[in-house]
Design a binder for this molecule. Sequence first.
Ligand SMILES: Cc1cc2nc3c(=O)[nH]c(=O)nc-3n(C[C@H](O)[C@H](O)[C@H](O)COP(=O)(O)OP(=O)(O)OC[C@H]3O[C@@H](n4cnc5c(N)ncnc54)[C@H](O)[C@@H]3O)c2cc1C
Length: 600
Amino acid sequence: MLDKAPNGKVSDLLIALDKALSAGEVEPAVDLFQADCYWRDLVTFTWNIKTMEGKEQVRDMLKARLADTKPSNWKIADGEDASEADGITESWIQFETEVARGFGHMRLKGGRIWTLLTTMSELKGHEEPVGFDRPMGAKHGAERNRKTWKEEREAEAAELGYSRQPYCVIIGGGQGGIALGARLRQLNVPTIVIEKNERPGDSWRKRYKSLCLHDPVWYDHLPYLPFPRNWPVFSPKDKIGDWLEMYTKVMELNYWGSTECKKASYDEKSRDWSVVVQRDGKEIVLKPKQLVFATGMSAKANMPKFEGMDTFKGDQHHSSQHPGPDKYKNRKAVVIGSNNSAHDICAALWEAGADTTMVQRSTTHIVKSDSLMELGLASLYSEQAVQSGMTTAKADLIFASLPYKILHEFQIPVYNAIRERDADFYKRLEKAGFLLDYGDDDSGLFMKYLRRGSGYYIDVGASELIANGSIKLKSGVDVKKLTEHSVILSDGTELPADLVVYATGYGSMNGWAADLISKDVANKVGKVWGLGSNTTKDPGPWEGEQRNMWKPTQQEALWFHGGNLHQSRHYSQFLSLQLKARMEGIPTPVYGLQKVHHLG
Ligand SMILES: Cc1cc2nc3c(=O)[nH]c(=O)nc-3n(C[C@H](O)[C@H](O)[C@H](O)COP(=O)(O)OP(=O)(O)OC[C@H]3O[C@@H](n4cnc5c(N)ncnc54)[C@H](O)[C@@H]3O)c2cc1C
């Protein structure tokens, strides 16, 4: 290729891509990709969340989907310029399909496509009412018996779920259910969010009292309504609870608090769900077409079973039930586990004057919060990033543009740098007996989160207490049994205890489907979360995307949504568009529906 400016290189390639795809010619399009290439599609071509890895998979997908998708108008995104560094040319791009407008990102190496991200921005004819199209609110003119906005909202609340069925029911009104509910509201998809707690935000409020978000504010914005500029970097849990409550109200969600879903079943013939809920002491059966589980990936408690638990005379509970340290001053506390919750709970117990011991069975990845913020997140999610013009939407898309298959390669150097920077800290932790790891392939925290959703602590102070012995540590041991007043470990140590906290993590979200639908459906859908990386707790084969999250599952009309605030924000866009398309009867043939390899 001629040595052209980045814009010229990207434009030439997009013209060639447009020409091939418009003509329905797969081979010339595939030729524009380099051998080692990745095309990540969020819903535009595949009606799925899918990464095509290598030319073969790109070819297969195009053969299956090009004729229906009818992509066109590929160009550098309006107002953007391509850039070039270290032999890679990159650019924001836009395009259309027959039914949607798309936005994406492209990286070229040697003039050919190395990574391509295609995402659906909006469905044609079903755009969100924003900007020039925003609602009037007031109705000018005169009309007899007109209803106010409040009366209309009240009428909707009285009718939806009773005389009129919602198209979609979301079980779980935490941040996941709320963010998705907000997007569906803007897309005019009648939706009810079912939440067994009384108020939006209660899932945060009910957690242990010392909890603050571990992720910083720039990473945590909800759709449509970012946090104000004076919002704290790490939201205290009750504050985020209040924000979610406010958000639910101003985004006009049909949110049924104090309502528990008891069971659900799908009628394959009528293609609707029967969702049995208990609201205000009354049973109501909802009949939506689509059912979303937003019941939390950190909510289905893994409660271990140890001999003697039934005879233990002190307090014992899973970390999700831990009320906080106040009752335990001068008492003996044993915390089983060594990840985030275990550390936070141990630190709060120590602060309250409890004699606290952590029991660590296997290695844990620790990363200091400030190191993670500065080396791991700053380029996309930080005040510096904002100052340099980075928006949340762009940061999310840049992150999404890095294919999972090679994401660890980008992460390893970050965690190597963190290990070097905090070498003394890690040395002191090891000296105290703490068993450290940095991920199976040294790729650190984020890969652990994506692969298994556990196995780490973002250090905000507890590690120092472990290093200096304030929090006692027993590592490399398991619990053998409990007696009336103690915990006996596998090495024979007896830890006297007034309190035992089981910070033993959470189970796969399809466990909720087993509880509320059936074991058969839970098995049909399989494990939720993880990439199939064949690393600890993320068995292969390679999936390429997170199992079952935000995309079609093996059970028609059943979806899973959730994750951290970033994921809830970003992926709710693509899940809401998939649901809207189905409601509007737009054909949504799913390409590459995942196979099930693990049951849970
Ligand atoms: C200790 C801890 C710290 C965390 N820190 C962070 C952090 O810093 N940043 C971050 O982004 N994430 C964090 N997470 C992870 C995750 O983001 C949170 O768990 C978050 O609450 C997930 O939101 P969600 O809406 O997916 O699930 P949840 O908040 O768990 O909400 C699920 C809701 O479903 C409801 N529900 C379940 N079953 C039913 C039923 N049958 N009927 C009606 N309602 C039902 C529950 O009551 C609950 O309110 C943390 C998690 C934990 C446990």
